[in-house]
Design a protein around this ligand. Structure first.
Ligand code: G3H
Ligand code: ZN
Length: 290
């Protein structure tokens, strides 16, 4: 099996992207993994600090490692949106394959300092445990909630998109493996429609930094925007809200349809299937499949 980094570089070379999907529970993981295996594509499972706390850090590592070993399948685990060095360290120590240090709310120099500390720690641990560990960081605010939004979050606009100059400075100073910039993307799905993405900004940032880019806030974006951004240097796309919507709608319907049903393995399968459908469609798009 190739390494995580090798899969990212392979996606880059092919002009496609890997899918990163967030989970809060095992049922969503089943749906995502079923879709990935059906299509035969590598997959990244993400847990934010809140998702990780609910699921359990060690439990997430145990399940993902078990699937990877049992099926010899490229499934990787990411500590998504962690807000401190300690939180990143705890997840990496538990066995996560990568972490996203998200300090966009701090002043730039503070962000650089702590991000660098995460990179140094990851390199040390990687040597000590003889395994590949990647660090991603955010630059530019894109909102912070994977939910349905009444409007574009305050503080997100074309004017606040990440500039190629800032991105280069940040990458040079921190030594991160992956960069998540602001290029028109927002976390969550805006009721009236998500803003358009800016592939030309992706191109400029990619050219300036030379490292793989990650598109956060994928839910609700247009297919043609995804394709254009992937072509210009996005190698991983994050999707969360679409999964939450699919899971919750299907579960609500199953419970409403059978109010007497109390057996979880009877009312949860439609929610697993709903997640699988969403993920399959997204993976096909990101992988350039028809
Ligand atoms: O890190 C998670 C993602 O960026 C998810 O964003 O909820 O808009 O799909 P989304
Ligand atoms: Zn995100």
């Amino acid at each position: 099996m190739k390494t995580y980094k090798e899969y990212i570089l392979e996606a880059d070379k092919k002009g496609i992207a890997m899918g990163h999907f967030n989970i809060s529970n095992l049922e969503a993981l089943h749906g995502i993994y079923n879709a990935a295996k059906k299509l035969g594509v590598p997959i990244i499972i993400g847990l934010s600090e809140g998702e990780e706390e609910f699921f359990g850090k060690n439990e997430a590592v145990a399940v993902v490692r078990a699937l990877r070993a049992r099926d010899n399948y490229p499934i990787f685990l990411n500590a998504d949106h962690h807000y401190s060095f300690e939180a990143v360290k705890n997840s990496l120590d538990a066995g996560f394959d990568s972490a996203v240090i998200d300090l966009v709310k701090l002043p730039l120099e503070e962000n650089i300092k702590i991000t660098k500390q995460c990179v140094e720690y990851a390199r040390e641990l990687s040597k000590k445990e003889n395994r590949e560990i990647l660090i991603e960081a955010e630059l530019g605010f894109i909102g912070s909630s994977s939910k349905i939004l009444d409007k574009i979050p305050d503080g997100v606009s074309e004017a606040t998109m990440t500039t190629p100059e800032d991105a280069k400075h940040f990458v040079d100073e921190t030594g991160i493996d992956l960069l998540a910039p602001s290029i028109g993307n927002v976390h969550g799905m805006v009721k009236s429609g998500n803003p358009r993405l800016h592939p030309e900004r992706v191109k400029d940032i990619r050219k300036a930094t030379g490292i793989p880019l990650v598109l956060h806030g994928g839910s609700g974006s247009m297919d043609e925007d995804f394709i254009a951004c992937i072509k210009e240097g996005v190698d991983i796309v994050h999707i969360n809200t679409e999964i939450r919507v699919a899971f919750t709608k299907a579960l609500r319907k199953a419970l409403n349809d059978s109010p007497e049903e109390i057996t979880p393995y009877k009312y949860l399968p439609p929610a697993v299937d709903a997640v699988e459908k969403v993920v399959e469609a997204r993976l096909k798009l990101f992988s350039g499949m028809k």
